[in-house]
Design a protein around this ligand. Structure first.
Ligand SMILES: [Mg+2]
Length: 188
């Protein structure tokens, strides 16, 4: 009988740290005449709402951006640490290649108990064999769910259109208990 630990995959941006708010902050500093708000970010394609002079590279590729992101909330670290006692916790991020060193630095600072082996850079997350995914990206949650995985969706304005279909959790307090319940109800 296979007694491997179940694998819980956790997204990084806007799941364990806040990317979009910080990127908006820098956009709004640079273009004071166009103040964007979170509620306007209804998809990952921001090209229709950001300043005409803004680019993907300027918005998401600002040097140092990924090292200074705030932790999601005051429960995030302890809940993830708690889950490492029971599960194989992997952090899986669809990182732009240039941001990977910054993201790993962030990980070492905030989640030093997650080893390098458990840090996955992957855009096609559904190819990874996890049991449960915690993510804010609608495409990731839909693909994982269709592959038969358990999912927890972090509700954000850009996933409002699928929130009615998925288990939601908008903060990290009690996240490990929720994961326990969801994985315990699976027979395999
Ligand atoms: Mg994300």
């Amino acid at each position: 009988m296979n007694m491997r630990k179940k694998i819980v995959a956790i997204d990084m941006d806007d799941t364990i740290c806040h990317l979009i708010p910080k990127a908006l902050y820098y956009h709004n500093m640079q273009y004071p005449g166009l103040q964007l708000m979170m509620e306007q970010v209804t998809s990952f394609d921001l090209s229709g709402i950001w300043h005409p002079e803004c680019t993907e590279e300027a918005f998401f590729g600002r040097p140092g951006l990924y090292e200074e992101l705030d932790i999601f909330d005051e429960y995030t670290i302890e809940e993830i640490r708690k889950m490492t006692e029971k599960y194989d916790i992997i952090v899986i991020t669809a990182a732009r290649p240039s941001s990977v060193p910054e993201k790993w630095n962030w990980m070492q600072k905030h989640l030093p108990f997650i080893p390098f082996e458990n840090f996955f850079v992957a855009k096609r997350k559904y190819l990874v064999g996890f049991d449960l995914l915690i993510d804010d990206g609608p495409h990731n949650i839909i693909a994982a769910s269709e592959a038969g995985k358990e999912t927890i969706l972090i509700p954000r304005p850009w996933n409002a259109h699928i929130q009615h279909q998925y288990q939601l959790k908008d903060n990290w307090q009690g996240m490990s208990d929720l994961v326990d319940q969801m994985l315990a109800s699976k027979t395999k």
